[in-house]
Design a protein around this ligand. Structure first.
Ligand SMILES: [Zn+2]
Length: 260
């Protein structure tokens, strides 16, 4: 009888241990605060915004690049200011992103400290919020939020600026199904809309082919519910989701949009 009681106790204990939630798997963070450099998901894919990091409303007729000229920054000049929460050290990180655009576009896309201009980006540093941006110039003040985990990932920092310059995610292109397969069953419930694509009647990809290497492409595990891939490339050798820097194609599309 005693033996039975002990084994029942052990079984109960084992089930408690099994049921207890373990520490979060560092490869699959659910929030930006859980993000580490080992994560398989990018910082900009962890926000609660539309597609993770896009502030609504969307500009009309938007797919990968916005066609309507009103959503572009005049002459490629973007005015900005930092909110008061930015340290000089963090400002330098954002300015490194600005320099990346300026040098890769041959001084065509430039950022300028605001002195009273009506249209501008305010950079905010709110660690209780995800990385996010609007798509294109909205008119008046618009924000890009850079929590610490976004400032620490250069490609994500650059990614948010690319949204503000007028682009969507690469896998939103109408021709994406020829290049990637969306694994709908692996997507976290309620996040399916993050994998929308836009019709070919909307805008072109500025003459460029689908770019697996774009800084605007989701990673393979974005919004995964089960640790399985949500995006599988048709080309088995392709890798997606880099957040190192702008790809050559990203630069060409931007220069085409802004008539550089
Ligand atoms: Zn994004």
């Amino acid at each position: 009888m005693k033996g039975v009681a002990i084994s029942v106790c052990l079984a109960a204990l084992a089930s408690l241990v099994l049921a207890a939630p373990g520490p979060p798997d560092p490869r699959f963070p659910k929030t930006g605060q859980e993000w580490t450099p080992e994560s398989l998901i990018n910082p900009d894919e962890l926000g609660d915004y539309f597609e993770g990091d896009i502030e609504l409303p969307l500009p009309p007729r938007a797919r990968n690049g916005v066609i309507d000229q009103r959503y572009r920054w005049t002459n490629g000049k973007v005015h900005y200011q930092f909110d008061s929460s930015f340290s000089e050290h963090n400002k330098d990180k954002v300015r490194a992103g600005m320099d990346h655009y300026k040098s890769l576009t041959g001084n065509c896309i430039t950022f300028h400290e605001r002195s009273g201009e009506y249209d501008y980006i305010e950079f905010t540093h709110d660690n209780n919020d995800g990385c996010h941006s609007s798509v294109g110039k909205r008119g008046g003040r618009q924000t890009i939020n850079y929590p610490t985990w976004c400032l620490d990932k250069f490609g994500s920092l650059v990614h948010e600026m690319y949204h503000a310059l007028g682009f969507h995610h690469e896998q939103s292109r109408s021709d994406r199904d020829s290049y990637v397969t969306i694994m709908w069953d692996n997507i976290e419930s309620g996040h399916e809309h993050n994998f929308n694509k836009y019709s070919s009647s909307e805008v072109s990809g500025f003459g460029e082919d689908y770019d697996y290497g774009s800084v605007m492409h989701y990673s393979a595990h974005a919004f995964s519910e089960n640790g399985q891939k949500t995006i599988v490339t048709v080309d088995p050798g392709a890798s997606i989701g880099q957040r190192v820097d702008l790809s050559h194609v990203d630069v060409r599309k931007l220069m085409s949009m802004y008539n550089c």
